[in-house]
Design a protein around this ligand. Sequence first.
Ligand code: GCW
Length: 737
Amino acid sequence: MRSAIQIERSAFLLHPLAMLFMLLAVSTAAADDGYRLWLRYDQLPVAAAAKYQPHVRFIVVAGNSATMDVVRAELVKGCSGLLGHEVTLADTVSGEGVILVGTPAISREIAAFGWSRQLEALGKEGFVIRSARIKNRPAIVIASNGEIGALYGAYHFLRLLQTLKPIDRLNIIDRPRLQLRVLDHWDNLDGSIERGYAGRSLWNWSDLPEKLDPRLTDYARANASIGINGATINNVNADARILTAEYLRKVAAIANVFRPYGIRVYLSPRFSAPIEIGQLKTADPLDAEVAAWWRNKAAEIYQLIPDFGGFLVKANSEGQPGPRTYNRTHADGANMLAAAVMPHRGIVIWRAFVYDYKPGYDRAGAAYTELQPFDGKFAANVLLQVKNGPIDFQPREPFHPWFVAMPRTQVIPEFQITQEYFGWSNHLVFLASMWREFLDSDTGAAGRGSTVTKVIDGTLYHQKITGIAGVANTGTDRNWTGHHFAQANWYAFGRLAWNPDLPSQQIANEWIGMTLTHDAKAGRDIARIMLESHEAVVDYMTPLGLHHLFWGGHHYGPAPWWDKEKREDWNPVYFHKADDRGIGFDRTEKGSDTMAQYHAPGREKFASLQSCPEKFLLWFHHVPWDYRLRSGARLWDALAFHYQRGVDWTRAMRKTWEELKGVVDEERHRAVAQKFAIQERDALAWRDACLLYFQTFSKRPLPRGVEKPVKSLEEYKAKSLLEIDSFNRKVDKSSNQ
Ligand code: GCW
C-alpha cells in the first residue's frame, strides 16, 4: 500500500498541476491580504486536526478529466493544508482513511454501492457524502451523477473541515434548489466596472486570448466552491463589440478556463448590434434579416463556446436600445433572441428593469404596467430577471410585486452584491439578512406561507427553468471585493442561490470560520456585527421605508434635497415627498395605488397605516409628522431615533472590533478598522444631513438623545461625502459614472 502511494505521489509531483500548487502554496504563505477568500486552507486548531486525521489520509478520485483533476488538486491542497500534514493521492482504495470521489460512471466502487437511483434523482450537480465501508474498511465517499456534482461535494467536504464539523458519521444529501446561479458583471470593455468598488475588471481584454491571468482560475474556484454556475461577463449597458469575432475569441478563452469548474459564460448583447457591427439598417426584431443576423451570431458563438449559457438583455431601459425603439413589444424582442439561441439550448434572460417615464407616474409600478400584459407570451427559453425590490437595490425595499404578477412567466430575482447604495466598499453590511427578508416575504399568492422562495424555486407556479442572479462585487483589488467583509456577500449570494432557505446566521458562521477565525467568542462577536449590520445601515441611511435619498450620479452619501436630475423619478425629493404635513410616498388608493399590484392579504396589510410594517411605512404612506408609531413616539422623533441608533451602532461595532485585535491577523484587522472609521464618519453625515434637511419641513426640535449635528445643512449640501477626503479613502472615481 505504502509503496503504491509513494509511486503515485511522485508521479503526481511531476504533474504540472502539482507544480502549480507548490507555487501557490509558497506565494500564499505570506501576509494575509485576503486574496484566498474562504479557501484559505491554513492549519486547523491542533485538536480538530487530530480528530480528522485518521479519516483523511488518502484521496482517491476516479476519472480523468479536467474537472476531476480540479477535484484531486483541491482536495489534496485543502486537506493537507487544513490537517497540517501531507494528504496524498492514491489510485485505488486500500488502507484506512480514504476519501473516495467519483460518479457511478467512472468509479466501479461507487457504482457498486447501488446508489444510482438516488444519485440520478439528485441531478448532475447534486451529491451525497457518506461514511461507508469499502473492502471492509471505513471510508468517506463523495458521489454524484455528474463530475461537477462531485466537485461541489468535494468543496462541501472541505467546508465541513474548515468549519470544524464532525465527519465520523456522514450522511449528507444535497442538491442546488435553483438551476441558474449566475454572477452578472457590469464590466466595460475598457476595464472599468459600472458600480464597481474593488478595482478594475478581472478580464484583461488586451491580453486575451493569448494570456490567461491565473486569477481567472482562482475566480472560478471561488465560485465553484459555493455552487455558482454562470457568469455574465460584460455590462448590461452593453458595448456591441463584445459580439465581434475578435472579442468572441477572447470570451471563448475565458469560457475554457471556467468550464472545468462548471461555470458557463453568458453575454450581454446590445440590442442594436445588427446595426453597429452587422451593417444592417435596422435592429427591428420582426425584420427577417435581423432575426437571421442573430441566428448566425448565435451559431458563431456556439461554435466557439459549445456550452455558452445565453444572453442577458437590458433593453429600452435607461437609454438602451430595444424592441420598443421599433414599436415592438418586449416579448417580440426577447422571443426573437430566444429563437436564435434555442437550437443550441441557450436561454435569454430579459431584464425587467424598465420604467418608461410618464409625468406623474409612480416609478415603483412602471415595470408591472409595461410588462404584465405579456404574462404567458414569452418563449420557453426566456426568463425575466427582476430586481428584488420595485425601485432599485435600495437599502430596504418591499419585494417586487412582479414575483406574484406573472404566474405564466419564468421569473428570476436579481440581487446587487456590489454596494452601489450601501457605502460602496467602505461600509460593512452583510447582505444575507436583506436577501433573507426578501426571500421570506409572504406574497399571499396561494395562501399563507407563499413566500418569494416558493415562487422562484418553482413550487408555486411550476416554472421549468429556475435561477437567481447577483451583480458581482469583484475586481482586481488584492482582496477581490475592496472591503474584506464584502467577500461575505459574494459568499452569501452563492450559498443562498444554492439553498434559498439557509439562515443568515449559518452563512455568517461558515464564512467567519473559513475566513477569519475559529475562536468561538470572537466568532460570536463578528457574527453579531454582521447580522446587525443591515438594520443599522438602514437606520442611518433610509429608515422607516424611506428610499433613494442618495447623492445623484455616484450614489455615495446623502442628498435628500436633490432635485437636479432631468428625470423627476431620479431625484430624492420625488421619493420622500417631505412637506409641511409629513413625509413618505403615498402608494395607497388615494395616492399612486401601486399597492394594488400586490396580492391580498399582503396588500391590505400594507394599505392600512395601522397594520403596515413600520419598516415600510414611508414606502407606502405619506405620514404626518406627529403620527404616533407603535412605540408611542411621534414620527419625527422616531425618525431621529433611527438615525441616531445607526450612528451608535457604528461606534459600538468599532469598539467590538478593537477588542478583536490579536484574534484576527493584523493586516486584515487594520484594513477593516480603517474602513470602520469611514463608516462611522459617513453614518454621522447621513444622520445630520437627513435630519437637518427634513427638519426644514417638520419644524420640530431634535428629541432628547439625538446628538446635535456636526455641521450645517448648507455645508452638507455643498460637498458630497466623496469630496470630503479627510480619511485615507481609496476611491476609484474613474470606475463610477
Ligand atoms: O441601479 C442602476 C444603476 C445603473 C445600472 C442600472 C441597471 C447597469 O445606477 O448603473 O446600470 O441600475 O440595473 O441597469
